[in-house]
Design a binder for this molecule. Structure first.
Ligand code: APR
Ligand code: ZN
Length: 254
Protein backbone atom coordinates (compact mmCIF):
# COMPACT_ATOMS: atom_id res chain seq x y z
CA UNK A 1 0.00 0.00 0.00
CA UNK A 2 1.50 3.32 -1.07
CA UNK A 3 1.83 5.83 1.79
CA UNK A 4 0.15 9.14 0.94
CA UNK A 5 2.99 11.61 0.80
CA UNK A 6 2.35 15.10 2.18
CA UNK A 7 3.36 16.68 -1.15
CA UNK A 8 0.91 14.66 -3.23
CA UNK A 9 -0.63 16.84 -5.95
CA UNK A 10 -3.79 16.84 -8.03
CA UNK A 11 -4.77 17.62 -11.62
CA UNK A 12 -5.98 21.02 -10.42
CA UNK A 13 -2.85 21.91 -8.46
CA UNK A 14 -0.47 20.86 -11.26
CA UNK A 15 -2.55 22.67 -13.90
CA UNK A 16 -2.32 25.85 -11.79
CA UNK A 17 1.47 25.45 -11.35
CA UNK A 18 1.87 25.07 -15.13
CA UNK A 19 -0.29 28.12 -15.89
CA UNK A 20 1.64 30.19 -13.33
CA UNK A 21 5.05 29.13 -14.72
CA UNK A 22 7.12 31.52 -16.77
CA UNK A 23 9.53 28.93 -18.22
CA UNK A 24 8.26 25.34 -18.11
CA UNK A 25 10.71 22.55 -18.99
CA UNK A 26 9.78 18.85 -19.12
CA UNK A 27 12.21 16.01 -18.42
CA UNK A 28 11.09 12.53 -19.55
CA UNK A 29 12.18 8.94 -19.13
CA UNK A 30 11.10 5.51 -20.33
CA UNK A 31 7.97 5.60 -18.17
CA UNK A 32 6.33 8.11 -20.52
CA UNK A 33 6.41 5.48 -23.28
CA UNK A 34 5.07 2.40 -21.46
CA UNK A 35 1.49 3.37 -22.42
CA UNK A 36 2.70 3.18 -26.03
CA UNK A 37 3.65 -0.47 -25.47
CA UNK A 38 7.40 0.07 -24.90
CA UNK A 39 8.94 -1.46 -21.76
CA UNK A 40 10.77 0.74 -19.32
CA UNK A 41 13.93 -0.39 -17.51
CA UNK A 42 13.33 -0.24 -13.73
CA UNK A 43 9.56 -0.26 -13.40
CA UNK A 44 7.76 -3.36 -12.05
CA UNK A 45 8.08 -5.11 -15.43
CA UNK A 46 11.11 -3.20 -16.67
CA UNK A 47 13.92 -4.69 -18.74
CA UNK A 48 16.52 -4.50 -15.94
CA UNK A 49 13.94 -5.48 -13.25
CA UNK A 50 13.12 -8.66 -15.18
CA UNK A 51 16.79 -9.32 -16.00
CA UNK A 52 17.62 -9.20 -12.26
CA UNK A 53 14.98 -11.95 -11.79
CA UNK A 54 16.50 -13.98 -14.64
CA UNK A 55 13.56 -13.18 -16.91
CA UNK A 56 13.72 -12.07 -20.55
CA UNK A 57 12.33 -8.61 -21.45
CA UNK A 58 8.52 -8.50 -21.77
CA UNK A 59 7.44 -8.70 -25.43
CA UNK A 60 6.79 -5.03 -26.16
CA UNK A 61 6.27 -3.06 -29.37
CA UNK A 62 9.20 -2.33 -31.66
CA UNK A 63 9.96 1.38 -31.78
CA UNK A 64 8.91 1.47 -35.46
CA UNK A 65 5.37 0.31 -34.53
CA UNK A 66 4.90 2.36 -31.36
CA UNK A 67 2.79 5.51 -31.47
CA UNK A 68 2.94 8.57 -29.17
CA UNK A 69 0.43 8.28 -26.29
CA UNK A 70 -1.66 10.92 -24.51
CA UNK A 71 1.31 11.96 -22.35
CA UNK A 72 3.46 12.74 -25.41
CA UNK A 73 0.51 14.56 -27.00
CA UNK A 74 -0.15 16.54 -23.81
CA UNK A 75 3.43 17.87 -23.94
CA UNK A 76 2.92 18.76 -27.61
CA UNK A 77 -0.24 20.73 -26.69
CA UNK A 78 1.67 22.58 -23.96
CA UNK A 79 4.36 23.42 -26.52
CA UNK A 80 1.75 24.61 -29.04
CA UNK A 81 0.17 26.79 -26.33
CA UNK A 82 3.60 28.38 -25.84
CA UNK A 83 3.74 27.10 -22.25
CA UNK A 84 6.30 24.28 -22.62
CA UNK A 85 9.56 26.03 -23.52
CA UNK A 86 11.88 23.01 -23.75
CA UNK A 87 11.88 19.21 -23.46
CA UNK A 88 14.78 17.06 -22.23
CA UNK A 89 14.37 13.33 -22.83
CA UNK A 90 16.39 10.23 -21.96
CA UNK A 91 14.37 8.16 -24.42
CA UNK A 92 15.69 6.85 -27.72
CA UNK A 93 12.27 5.75 -29.05
CA UNK A 94 11.69 8.84 -31.25
CA UNK A 95 8.15 9.24 -29.84
CA UNK A 96 8.55 12.92 -28.91
CA UNK A 97 9.58 13.81 -32.49
CA UNK A 98 6.90 11.46 -33.87
CA UNK A 99 4.29 13.33 -31.75
CA UNK A 100 5.26 16.61 -33.45
CA UNK A 101 7.53 18.16 -30.81
CA UNK A 102 9.85 20.69 -32.52
CA UNK A 103 13.41 19.26 -32.85
CA UNK A 104 14.89 22.65 -31.88
CA UNK A 105 12.99 22.53 -28.54
CA UNK A 106 14.09 18.99 -27.65
CA UNK A 107 17.28 17.27 -26.54
CA UNK A 108 17.50 13.49 -26.67
CA UNK A 109 20.32 12.95 -24.18
CA UNK A 110 20.75 9.25 -24.95
CA UNK A 111 20.24 9.61 -28.69
CA UNK A 112 17.49 8.38 -30.99
CA UNK A 113 17.32 4.88 -32.51
CA UNK A 114 16.27 6.28 -35.90
CA UNK A 115 19.14 8.78 -36.17
CA UNK A 116 22.78 8.11 -37.08
CA UNK A 117 25.67 10.50 -36.43
CA UNK A 118 29.11 11.08 -37.96
CA UNK A 119 31.99 10.28 -35.60
CA UNK A 120 34.12 12.99 -37.25
CA UNK A 121 31.85 15.99 -37.88
CA UNK A 122 28.85 15.08 -35.63
CA UNK A 123 26.39 15.57 -38.52
CA UNK A 124 23.05 13.77 -37.92
CA UNK A 125 21.16 11.70 -40.47
CA UNK A 126 17.94 9.69 -40.40
CA UNK A 127 18.77 6.04 -41.21
CA UNK A 128 16.50 6.23 -44.26
CA UNK A 129 18.32 9.39 -45.49
CA UNK A 130 21.67 7.67 -45.88
CA UNK A 131 20.44 4.15 -46.63
CA UNK A 132 21.53 2.61 -43.34
CA UNK A 133 19.99 -0.86 -43.26
CA UNK A 134 20.39 -2.63 -39.88
CA UNK A 135 19.99 -6.07 -41.47
CA UNK A 136 22.88 -5.34 -43.82
CA UNK A 137 25.01 -2.90 -41.80
CA UNK A 138 24.25 -3.95 -38.21
CA UNK A 139 23.25 -1.61 -35.33
CA UNK A 140 26.14 0.77 -35.96
CA UNK A 141 27.22 1.00 -32.31
CA UNK A 142 30.63 2.70 -31.83
CA UNK A 143 31.91 -0.40 -30.00
CA UNK A 144 31.16 -2.69 -32.97
CA UNK A 145 33.55 -3.12 -35.93
CA UNK A 146 32.59 -1.01 -38.96
CA UNK A 147 31.39 -2.93 -42.01
CA UNK A 148 33.03 -2.74 -45.44
CA UNK A 149 29.97 -1.48 -47.27
CA UNK A 150 28.38 0.68 -44.56
CA UNK A 151 27.34 4.21 -45.63
CA UNK A 152 29.87 6.99 -44.93
CA UNK A 153 29.14 10.60 -43.94
CA UNK A 154 27.94 12.46 -47.06
CA UNK A 155 29.58 15.63 -45.69
CA UNK A 156 33.06 14.49 -44.69
CA UNK A 157 33.18 10.78 -45.58
CA UNK A 158 33.66 10.02 -41.87
CA UNK A 159 32.41 6.89 -40.06
CA UNK A 160 28.69 6.88 -39.31
CA UNK A 161 27.47 5.32 -36.04
CA UNK A 162 24.18 5.07 -34.16
CA UNK A 163 23.32 8.21 -32.16
CA UNK A 164 22.31 5.95 -29.23
CA UNK A 165 24.54 6.59 -26.20
CA UNK A 166 25.44 3.26 -24.62
CA UNK A 167 26.87 2.87 -21.11
CA UNK A 168 30.57 4.01 -21.22
CA UNK A 169 29.92 6.19 -24.28
CA UNK A 170 30.56 9.91 -23.77
CA UNK A 171 27.45 12.09 -23.52
CA UNK A 172 26.62 14.29 -26.54
CA UNK A 173 28.12 17.72 -25.78
CA UNK A 174 25.58 19.92 -27.59
CA UNK A 175 22.65 18.13 -25.91
CA UNK A 176 24.28 18.40 -22.47
CA UNK A 177 24.91 22.15 -22.87
CA UNK A 178 21.35 22.80 -24.09
CA UNK A 179 19.86 20.70 -21.25
CA UNK A 180 21.95 22.62 -18.71
CA UNK A 181 20.92 25.98 -20.20
CA UNK A 182 17.19 25.21 -20.04
CA UNK A 183 17.37 23.48 -16.62
CA UNK A 184 18.85 26.72 -15.25
CA UNK A 185 16.28 28.89 -17.04
CA UNK A 186 13.19 27.03 -15.89
CA UNK A 187 11.01 28.00 -12.94
CA UNK A 188 9.02 24.74 -13.17
CA UNK A 189 10.21 21.29 -14.29
CA UNK A 190 7.79 18.42 -14.95
CA UNK A 191 9.71 15.13 -14.45
CA UNK A 192 7.68 12.39 -16.15
CA UNK A 193 8.33 8.64 -16.12
CA UNK A 194 11.89 8.46 -14.84
CA UNK A 195 13.34 6.61 -11.83
CA UNK A 196 16.08 9.30 -11.88
CA UNK A 197 18.67 6.56 -11.35
CA UNK A 198 21.06 7.40 -14.20
CA UNK A 199 23.57 10.26 -14.20
CA UNK A 200 24.47 12.61 -15.74
CA UNK A 201 20.89 12.82 -17.11
CA UNK A 202 19.38 12.89 -13.60
CA UNK A 203 21.60 15.89 -12.76
CA UNK A 204 19.19 18.19 -14.66
CA UNK A 205 16.14 17.96 -12.34
CA UNK A 206 18.52 18.43 -9.39
CA UNK A 207 20.15 21.41 -11.14
CA UNK A 208 16.73 22.97 -11.74
CA UNK A 209 15.71 22.37 -8.11
CA UNK A 210 18.96 23.78 -6.69
CA UNK A 211 18.46 26.81 -8.92
CA UNK A 212 15.07 27.49 -7.32
CA UNK A 213 12.68 25.84 -9.80
CA UNK A 214 9.58 24.01 -8.57
CA UNK A 215 9.72 20.28 -9.35
CA UNK A 216 6.70 18.08 -10.16
CA UNK A 217 7.49 14.35 -10.38
CA UNK A 218 4.91 12.22 -12.20
CA UNK A 219 5.95 8.60 -11.69
CA UNK A 220 4.09 5.42 -10.66
CA UNK A 221 6.91 4.13 -8.42
CA UNK A 222 9.20 6.03 -6.08
CA UNK A 223 12.21 7.77 -7.62
CA UNK A 224 15.70 8.66 -6.38
CA UNK A 225 14.64 12.31 -6.08
CA UNK A 226 11.16 12.21 -4.51
CA UNK A 227 12.43 14.43 -1.69
CA UNK A 228 13.19 17.20 -4.24
CA UNK A 229 9.61 17.22 -5.49
CA UNK A 230 7.38 20.13 -4.51
CA UNK A 231 4.55 18.00 -5.88
CA UNK A 232 4.50 14.25 -6.37
CA UNK A 233 2.00 12.41 -8.61
CA UNK A 234 1.75 8.60 -8.53
CA UNK A 235 -0.61 8.31 -11.50
CA UNK A 236 -0.02 6.97 -15.01
CA UNK A 237 1.52 9.77 -17.06
CA UNK A 238 -0.85 9.39 -20.03
CA UNK A 239 -3.97 9.51 -17.87
CA UNK A 240 -2.78 12.33 -15.62
CA UNK A 241 -1.27 14.60 -18.29
CA UNK A 242 -4.36 14.33 -20.48
CA UNK A 243 -6.50 15.53 -17.54
CA UNK A 244 -4.06 18.36 -16.76
CA UNK A 245 -4.16 19.68 -20.33
CA UNK A 246 -7.96 19.47 -20.40
CA UNK A 247 -8.04 21.50 -17.14
CA UNK A 248 -5.60 24.06 -18.59
CA UNK A 249 -7.74 24.46 -21.71
CA UNK A 250 -10.77 25.12 -19.45
CA UNK A 251 -8.82 27.72 -17.43
CA UNK A 252 -7.65 29.37 -20.63
CA UNK A 253 -11.18 29.04 -22.06
CA UNK A 254 -9.78 28.06 -25.48
N1 APR B 1 3.27 6.59 -15.88
C1 APR B 1 4.11 7.07 -14.90
N2 APR B 1 5.25 6.45 -14.53
C2 APR B 1 5.55 5.29 -15.17
C3 APR B 1 4.72 4.72 -16.18
C4 APR B 1 3.54 5.42 -16.51
N3 APR B 1 2.68 4.97 -17.44
N4 APR B 1 5.30 3.56 -16.60
C5 APR B 1 6.44 3.41 -15.89
N5 APR B 1 6.60 4.45 -15.04
C6 APR B 1 7.72 4.73 -14.15
C7 APR B 1 8.30 3.51 -13.48
O1 APR B 1 7.70 3.35 -12.21
C8 APR B 1 9.80 3.88 -13.36
O2 APR B 1 10.10 4.39 -12.07
O3 APR B 1 8.74 5.25 -14.98
C9 APR B 1 10.01 4.99 -14.38
C10 APR B 1 10.98 4.60 -15.50
O4 APR B 1 12.26 4.51 -14.91
P1 APR B 1 13.40 3.72 -15.71
O5 APR B 1 12.86 2.46 -16.23
O6 APR B 1 14.61 3.69 -14.81
O7 APR B 1 13.70 4.62 -16.98
P2 APR B 1 14.61 5.92 -17.07
O8 APR B 1 14.56 6.70 -15.81
O9 APR B 1 14.26 6.61 -18.33
O10 APR B 1 16.08 5.28 -17.23
C11 APR B 1 17.13 6.16 -17.53
O11 APR B 1 18.57 4.25 -17.86
O12 APR B 1 18.88 2.15 -18.77
C12 APR B 1 19.16 3.49 -18.94
O13 APR B 1 19.60 4.59 -20.96
C13 APR B 1 18.57 4.00 -20.22
O14 APR B 1 17.59 6.18 -20.68
C14 APR B 1 17.58 5.08 -19.77
C15 APR B 1 18.12 5.47 -18.41
ZN1 ZN C 1 30.98 13.83 -41.19
Amino acid sequence: MKEISENEGTVESVAKMILKSKYLVAFTGAGISTESGISDFRGKDGIWTRKDKGLPPKQGKHFDEAEPNTAHLALLTLQELGILKFLISQNVDNLHLKSGILPELLTELHGNYSIMKCLDCDARYKKSEIGWDCDEHGRGFRTEPSQENEPKCPKCNGRIISSIVNFNDSMPEKEMLLSREHSLKCDLMLVIGSSLSVNPAAFFPRMAHDNGAEIVIINIDSTKMDKLADTRIYEKAGVFMEQVVQRIKKFKVI
